[in-house]
Design a protein around this ligand. Structure first.
Ligand SMILES: [Mg+2]
Length: 222
């Protein structure tokens, strides 16, 4: 037996909400704004990335000249479009709603740890329910986004639980890397793209039927 389970740290996009589909729409439209066509390769590289990294990947991948004016136009487009898309009801990932309730009822500490910036995350929280999280940490509130560990470390510190007693739930390679860099165990539920197997990663098809024992077993895998 390893550390005692103290907290569950949830990723948002692609893990709890099917919001990666909304990002997919927005970045494809963005490419067309610049008379380019988004490729699957570039699109996959964006999954789980911070906005700054995403913009860099988009500019390089689509061969857009990275002028400050182009960056501003790009950021403004994504801002406007994502607010429109996230204002509607956002679809849940299968089993996510029950899993959130299960963890809350078990009395474990909980946090939302997302690379998405605060302004967009608030729309996600309208769907998720703020009562399920002791704290929420957004991409624009830490020095470095995922795959850096900053968000996970801050969340663990906020809830007062050592990272090695935390289980993170993630859908992307970027997010899984961030959680592990912080020292957390990870349950991986791939959404849009495959995630490589590695020690400390427990894979599931979905959150349907998740139990507290599953979380403990994931922690024992650290
Ligand atoms: Mg994600």
């Amino acid at each position: 037996m390893g550390a005692r389970l103290g907290a569950v740290l949830w990723d948002m996009d692609g893990t709890l909400l099917d919001s990666e589909k909304l990002w997919d729409l927005a970045v494809r439209e963005l490419a067309r704004e610049f008379d380019r066509e988004m490729t699957d390769e570039i699109r996959h590289a964006l999954i789980g990335s911070s906005v700054e990294n995403s913009l860099r990947i988009i500019f390089t991948g689509l061969d857009i000249e990275p002028t400050p004016a182009a960056f501003d136009r790009c950021a403004a487009f994504l801002d406007r479009r994502m607010v429109e898309l996230m204002s509607g009801p956002i679809p849940w990932r299968p089993g996510a709603k029950d899993a959130l309730a299960l963890v809350r009822e078990a009395g474990l500490s909980t946090a939302l740890v997302t690379n998405t910036k605060r302004a967009f995350t608030e729309y996600g929280l309208d769907t998720l329910g703020r009562e399920y999280f002791d704290v929420t940490v957004c991409g624009d509130e830490v020095p470095r986004g995922k795959p850096a560990p900053d968000g996970y470390l801050r969340a663990a510190e906020f809830v007062g639980v050592a990272p090695e007693s935390c289980v993170a739930v993630e859908d992307s390679p970027t997010g899984a890397a961030a959680a592990q860099a912080a020292g957390c165990a990870v349950i991986v539920i791939p959404c849009e793209i495959p995630v490589p197997a590695a020690p400390g990663r427990t894979f599931r098809e979905s959150l349907v039927g998740l139990t507290i024992d599953d979380l403990r077993v994931a922690l024992d895998g650290l």
